[in-house]
Write a protein that binds this ligand. Structure first.
Ligand code: SF4
Length: 349
C-alpha cells in the first residue's frame, strides 16, 4: 500500500495500469481542494478505478488518538498514533486577529535533548515519513475547513528537529506548497531549527522563500551550552555567521525563538548581549514564557511578565522587533508536547 500523497507511486501505478493522467488531476482536486478522504466519495472517478485505488492507496497512516480543545476554543491539540505505535502531536492555534497557525511534528521524540523541552526527554524514536507530516496538515486543514476557515500558516515547530529529517521535511513542504495541492504560500511555512549548520545551508539553497526560525534561547555559548547540547557541536559564532549568509542570500528576516526561563536566561545583561548579537540583522525575536511540565517544572519557571517586558524593552532600544508570545493551550498541555511525551512514556512502561 502507498500513501495518496506519494505522487510518484500513483503515477507509476497509472502508467502500469494504462490509466489516463487526468484522473490523477481529479484525485488531487478532490483531496487537496475539497478534503475528500474517501475514494468511494470521489464520484468523478469510475467505480473500477475507485476499487483499484482502495486496494493500493491510503489517505492516513496516522490515527487520531485524541483531539482536545482549550476552554476558550483557540487551541486544538491533536494527538496522533503512528502505525507502529509512536505518538506525535499537532496543534492548531486560532489567533484573535483571525490568523490561524498549525504547528506540526517531524519526528517522534527528538535526539537533541534541550534541557527545557519535554520532547527531548523521550530521545529520538524515529523520523516521520513525508506523508506522515503531510497527513498532519491535511487533518488540520479539513478541520479548519469545516469551521469555514482556510489554513494559512504552518510551522515545523512541533516534536523533533526538522533538519535531522531533512529529506522528508523537504518533500512535505513541496507537497503542501504545490499549487495543485494545498497551495500554501512558501513564506507562510516556517521551519524551526535549533541550529544544525550544514542543513541551514541546504535549506537556503532549496527554499529561499520559506521562512526560517532559529531556537536561539541564549546570546552566548556559556548559557546556550547549558540549555542546548547542539551548541557544543555548532557554536554560536559559527551559527550566526551561517545565518548572516542566509540573510544575504534570501533577504529574509529570521525569527529567533527565545524561551524565557527565570534565573537561567532572563537577566538584563543577557538582554543587552542578545540585542548586540542581533543588532543590524534581519531579525525578529519571539519571547516564549517557559511552560512548566512535569519532571522539570520544579527547577524551571517562567519569569514574571515585568521581567519579560524589560527584556523586550532592551531589544527595542537597539531597534530589534520582538513579540511576547501568548501562551496558548497550556490548559490542555499543548504548549510543550507534554501529552505525546506522557503517552510515549506510558507505552514504554
Ligand atoms: S527544543 Fe526542539 S530540538 Fe530541542 S529537544 Fe525539543 S524538539 Fe528537540
Amino acid at each position: 500500500m502507498f500513501s495518496i500523497h506519494d505522487e510518484e507511486a500513483i503515477k507509476k501505478f497509472f502508467s502500469w495500469q494504462k490509466i489516463p493522467l487526468f484522473r490523477y488531476a481529479q484525485i488531487e482536486n478532490a483531496l487537496y481542494k475539497n478534503f475528500v478522504f474517501d475514494f468511494e466519495a470521489m464520484q468523478t472517478i469510475p467505480k473500477t478505478l475507485r476499487e483499484q485505488l482502495i486496494e493500493n492507496f491510503f489517505f492516513f497512516s496516522l490515527t487520531c488518538y485524541e483531539k482536545i480543545s482549550s476552554e476558550n476554543g483557540q487551541t486544538t491539540k491533536i494527538l496522533f498514533k503512528t502505525s507502529d505505535g509512536f505518538f506525535v502531536e499537532s496543534v492548531i492555534m486560532r489567533h484573535l486577529t483571525g490568523r490561524n497557525t498549525l504547528c506540526i511534528s517531524c519526528q517522534a521524540g527528538c535526539a537533541m535533548g534541550c534541557s527545557f523541552c519535554a520532547t527531548g526527554k523521550l530521545g529520538l524514536q524515529r523520523n516521520l515519513t513525508f506523508y506522515e507530516i503531510v497527513e498532519q496538515v491535511m487533518f488540520a486543514a479539513k478541520l479548519l475547513n469545516e469551521e469555514g476557515v482556510i489554513l494559512r500558516n504552518v510551522v515545523y515547530m512541533g516534536m523533533g528537529e526538522p533538519f535531522l529529517n531533512y529529506e522528508n521535511v523537504k518533500k512535505s513542504i513541496q507537497i503542501i506548497c504545490e499549487q495543485k495541492k494545498l497551495n500554501l504560500a512558501n513564506r507562510r511555512v516556517t521551519v524551526s531549527s535549533c541550529g544544525i549548520i550544514p542543513w541551514i545551508q541546504a535549506f537556503m539553497n532549496d527554499f529561499s522563500q520559506t521562512s526560517l526560525a532559529i531556537s536561539l534561547h541564549a546570546p552566548n555559548d556559556e548559557v546556550r551550552n547549558m540549555m542546548m547540547s547542539v551548541n557544543k557541536k555548532y557554536p554560536l559564532a559559527d551559527l550566526m555567521q551561517t545565518l548572516l549568509e542566509y540573510e544575504k542570500k534570501t533577504n529574509k528576516r529570521i525569527f529567533y525563538e527565545y524561551i524565557m526561563i527565570q534565573w537561567v536566561n532572563d537577566s538584563l545583561a543577557l538582554a543587552t548581549e542578545l540585542a548586540q548579537l542581533l543588532e543590524w540583522r534581519l531579525a525578529h525575536v519571539n519571547f516564549i514564557p517557559y511552560n512548566s511540565w512535569e519532571g522539570r517544572g520544579g527547577t524551571y519557571k517562567a519569569p514574571s511578565r515585568i521581567i519579560i517586558e524589560n527584556f523586550q524593552r532592551t531589544l527595542e532600544k537597539y531597534g530589534i522587533p520582538s513579540t511576547i508570545r501568548a501562551t496558548m493551550g497550556d490548559d490542555i498541555d499543548a504548549a510543550c508536547w507534554q501529552l505525546a511525551r506522557k503517552k510515549g512514556e506510558e507505552e514504554k512502561e
